[in-house]
Ligand binder design. Structure first.
Ligand SMILES: [Zn+2]
Length: 189
């Protein structure tokens, strides 16, 4: 047993692998279309994490969530004319996490913050119901992984989309949860 800990210690010491990052379903896995353009964040690691809901139906299996993520990408690219799906990451009702634009990439999810934030969308509509606990647990894990691996600033500010624009997003029920998460900022700049 001691040799296992020795390996863990070495990997941590070498900063190779000691984070607690949840698994992320890749773009290839959900059959993403290629982005028309990829632009890096202006500030990276970014100082903000923005939480959204998709204001769509929910999904509770990986297969259903993959289809939902793909349909959101279709709307964002074909209807809205954006370069790619707007969000950096998306999370299903079963807690599964999907790579959107990914880390370090300029998003299309909140004017004024797209160049300096990571946008995370919880799939479902949380204006009138609360998200499953497993879904917000994954949000927590993804954000804490981002902090540990320096994908966001250590002193990042967590906010809901409604603090950035005139929108109900991420829904009243999810926003209540967001307000209780670590590093929530009631007065974003
Ligand atoms: Zn939003």
């Amino acid at each position: 047993m001691w040799n296992v800990w020795l390996v863990v210690f070495f990997l941590c010491f070498a900063k190779i692998q000691c984070d607690d990052c949840p698994p992320i379903i890749t773009r290839a896995d959900w059959n993403a279309s290629d982005p028309k353009e990829i632009k890096p964040l202006s500030i990276n690691p970014p100082p903000y994490v923005l939480v959204h809901h998709s204001a769509t139906q929910s999904c509770f299996t990986v297969e259903a969530c993959k289809r939902l993520v793909k349909s959101i990408q279709n709307v964002h690219m074909n209807t809205n004319g954006w370069e790619d799906i707007g969000y950096n990451f998306l999370i299903g009702g079963d807690g599964s996490i999907y790579e959107g634009r990914g880390w370090g990439i300029h998003g299309a999810h909140a004017i004024k913050y797209n160049a300096r934030s990571i946008g995370i969308c919880l799939l479902g509509n949380f204006q009138e119901q609360t998200p499953p606990e497993i879904q917000t647990k994954s949000l927590n894990e993804l954000v804490s992984c981002a902090k540990q691996t320096e994908k966001v600033e250590d002193q990042y500010h967590l906010i809901g989309h409604r603090q950035a624009s005139a929108t109900l997003c991420p829904g009243t029920f999810l926003f209540k949860i967001v307000q209780g998460l670590p590093q929530f900022d009631p007065h974003p700049q």
